[in-house]
Design a binder for this molecule. Structure first.
Ligand SMILES: Cc1cc2nc3c(=O)[nH]c(=O)nc-3n(C[C@H](O)[C@H](O)[C@H](O)COP(=O)(O)OP(=O)(O)OC[C@H]3O[C@@H](n4cnc5c(N)ncnc54)[C@H](O)[C@@H]3O)c2cc1C
Length: 440
């Protein structure tokens, strides 16, 4: 089988790895030529910003590329327990400082992608063609037979579109006469400003990640400092609901100082940036529900941001695409017929998206003043109670951490070990004199 993968980002590389294992000769077509000397390329401007690979995604990546975690450690990317080496400030206080059994590794997105790329290109079945911008699908009678570039058509038995958040798939399908449903959008109008700086030699190294979380509807400013490879800090300041962290040195420091977590400003002040500060604005949640289309071309798959972008503060994007690559592996293992592969992958990859979408959008819906359905208000209330408990309940924090890292589903927050403390604390507060609804 000849397969074409459009895009050499995280999803394209993982899909190529899976297809190669199943005997395909894979050509990855990538618009960019690079990466440049600093490890970055223009097709993934988001790589300048903090990229958390959630524990669930890290497990899939490690399964596909055994030893990758160790390679990252060799570059200097710390691997640690979130409770032990993570400082996380919630609107209700600090997360407990104790081992909660949730492993996390911090590194830049460029480091991860460059290692993945080297591993994938070492596979004899895979070829990368750079500087190749795919402009459309080569469709014959409802079947995709390849893709069109600016001056040539690349033929294939299977096409996987993994061209990220700027993908034109919906336009290509519409132009070919397919009925593409409208995008579902839940806006949080999030902005990131990020820089990388060398860690001063006298810095206190008691933590590997230090965060302040944005929290709808009141906490619109947040930040994160991750210790990453090569003894650097990646510092990201976050603004929600239209708040925009500045990129000039003075403004960046002032914004960091406006946070309650003073460690973030301390890092900004003591580690001058050696390169520009980059900003990404207007981040939202957007899903093109291709799985709802009754008519879909044969031999066409799509995954990752080309289908659904999620508000990055929840750190789910790369993990979702890793889980979709895992689904592709499972579907290819059980089906030889390509039509069956396409039909099953479409359904199951949409299922992968459902929970991350609900998690991101139900939290983000609270940024808007619109009246929410009662179900959303109840789940928001319950989540607020969990956030109230976290600073004093390590067991609750552990469950929260497992869910946040996608190691367990949100249903595990309904375990009696969480429900009972929630009820007890809600009842206790009812008997206290009434204060404002806002935290704490
Ligand atoms: C500011 C920001 C912060 C983020 N933080 C996190 C985080 O903490 N954790 C996390 O998991 N995710 C995060 N994400 C999301 C994450 O970047 C994506 O979910 C992930 O990269 C999706 O992978 P992908 O392969 O679908 O797309 P990408 O990795 O974006 O790759 C798409 C590739 O397709 C190429 N391409 C595009 N069009 C064409 C074309 N026509 N022809 C050929 N090639 C093409 C591009 O050049 C690119 O190489 C963040 C996103 C943003 C914007």
């Amino acid at each position: 089988m000849r397969a074409v993968v459009v895009g050499a980002g995280i999803g394209g590389l993982l899909a190529a790895r899976v297809l190669a294992e199943h005997g395909a000769l894979v050509t990855i077509l990538e618009r960019d030529n690079g990466p440049a000397g600093d490890g970055h390329r223009s097709g993934v401007p988001q790589a300048r910003h903090s990229h958390a690979l959630l524990a669930a995604g890290a497990n899939v990546v490690e399964d596909l590329f055994p030893g990758l975690r160790e390679e990252l450690i060799e570059l200097g990317a710390p691997l640690f327990d979130l409770g032990e080496s993570g400082r996380v400030l919630f609107p209700t206080g600090w997360a407990p400082l104790t081992d909660i059994g949730v492993p996390v590794q911090t590194f830049t997105r460029a480091a991860l992608e460059n290692l993945l790329r080297a591993r994938v290109l070492a596979l004899p079945e895979v070829t990368l063609r750079q500087d190749f911008s795919v402009e459309g699908l080569h469709l014959i009678g409802g079947e995709v037979r390849g893709v069109h570039g600016p001056s040539e058509t690349v033929h294939a038995d299977l096409v996987v579109v993994a061209s990220g958040r700027t993908a034109r798939l919906s336009k290509w399908l519409t132009e070919a006469g397919y009925d593409v449903p409208a995008d579902i959008v839940v806006d949080s109008n999030m902005s990131y400003a990020s820089r990388v700086a060398s860690i001063p030699t006298d810095a206190d190294q008691g933590w590997s990640t230090n965060n302040e979380l944005t929290y709808a509807p009141d906490v619109r400013r947040g930040g994160v400092v991750n210790r990453v490879e090569a003894n650097k800090w990646q510092i990201t300041l976050i603004g929600a609901s239209g708040e925009r962290p500045p990129v000039d040195d003075e403004g960046f420091l002032a914004y960091a100082r406006s946070l309650r977590n003073s460690a973030i400003a301390e890092c900004v002040a003591t580690a001058p940036s050696e390169e520009a500060t980059y900003r990404f604005v207007g981040l939202n949640n957007r899903w093109t529900p291709y799985h709802r289309m009754n008519r879909w071309p044969d031999r066409l798959l799509c995954l990752g941001d080309a289908v659904c972008v999620l508000n990055p503060v929840y750190g789910q994007g790369m993990t979702v695409v890793a889980l979709q690559a895992k689904v592709l592996h499972q579907v290819l293992s059980r089906n030889r017929d390509l039509s069956a592969v396409v039909a099953k992958f479409r359904r199951r990859s949409a299922n992968v998206l459902r929970m991350p979408w609900i998690v991101a959008t139900s939290a983000d819906a609270a940024w808007t003043a619109d009246e929410q359905p009662w179900t959303a208000r109840v789940s928001q209330w319950y989540f607020d109670q969990i956030v109230r408990l976290i600073p004093t309940h390590p067991a609750v924090y552990r469950r929260f951490g497992m869910v946040a890292q996608m190691l367990s589903g949100p249903g595990s927050l309904l375990h009696p070990s969480v429900v009972w403390p929630v009820i007890r604390s809600a009842v206790a507060r009812r008997s206290e004199p009434r204060r404002s609804a806002a935290f704490p």
